[in-house]
Design a binder for this molecule. Structure first.
Ligand code: ZN
Length: 173
């Protein structure tokens, strides 16, 4: 398999709605492992398949992992769905597909989420805080939504302007 590249805003593929995974097979496992490698290399705490150009409902994350030498507890999440939401929380978010930018985003404080794992088992989890935020951020990717779609119009347009200027400068270099 060719090396995966993380797509960056404003790549139009980031706006696609991904389709459910039909079967957890070896190809899917291989893709998930590659995505984990990319996530740890970047580094990031979550990565959704559409961010590497695969429009399927597959996510990898590791919300325990904070630094290079820390122990890893990778999770592979297939076809996640939020069943319940409770409370509100503001969280400073960033994204591997949105270079050089972070902003506070309002999310549900805790959620009940259900998904399949790589063994094909159906898991239902009650999560809160960072893990809940990460699930919501990654599931947004599966629906073609970026965290900058959830901030004020003014903040978003300032970022878009800055990003376009940066891309023009990169093109000139
Ligand atoms: Zn992201």
């Amino acid at each position: 398999m060719a090396e995966l590249e993380v797509l960056k805003f404003p790549d139009p593929r980031l706006k696609e709605v991904s389709t459910p995974v039909e079967e957890v097979d070896d190809a899917l496992r291989a893709l998930a492992l590659q995505m984990l490698q990319v996530m740890y290399d970047e580094p990031g705490i979550g990565l959704a398949a559409p961010q590497v150009g695969r429009a399927i409902r597959l996510v990898v994350m590791d919300t325990e992992w904070s630094e290079e030498d820390a122990e890893r507890s990778p999770a592979v999440i297939v076809n996640p769905q939020i069943l319940e939401r409770e409370g509100r929380i503001l969280w400073e978010e960033g994204c591997l597909s949105v270079p050089d930018y972070t902003a506070e985003v309002e999310r549900s404080e805790s959620i009940v989420v259900t998904y399949r794992n790589l063994e094909g088992e159906q898991i239902t989890e009650n999560v809160s805080g960072l893990r809940a935020v990460c699930f919501q951020h990654e599931i947004d990717h599966l629906d073609g939504t970026l965290f900058i779609d959830r901030i004020s119009r003014l903040k978003r347009s300032l970022y878009v302007k800055r990003r376009k200027k940066q891309l023009r400068q990169d093109a000139e270099d």
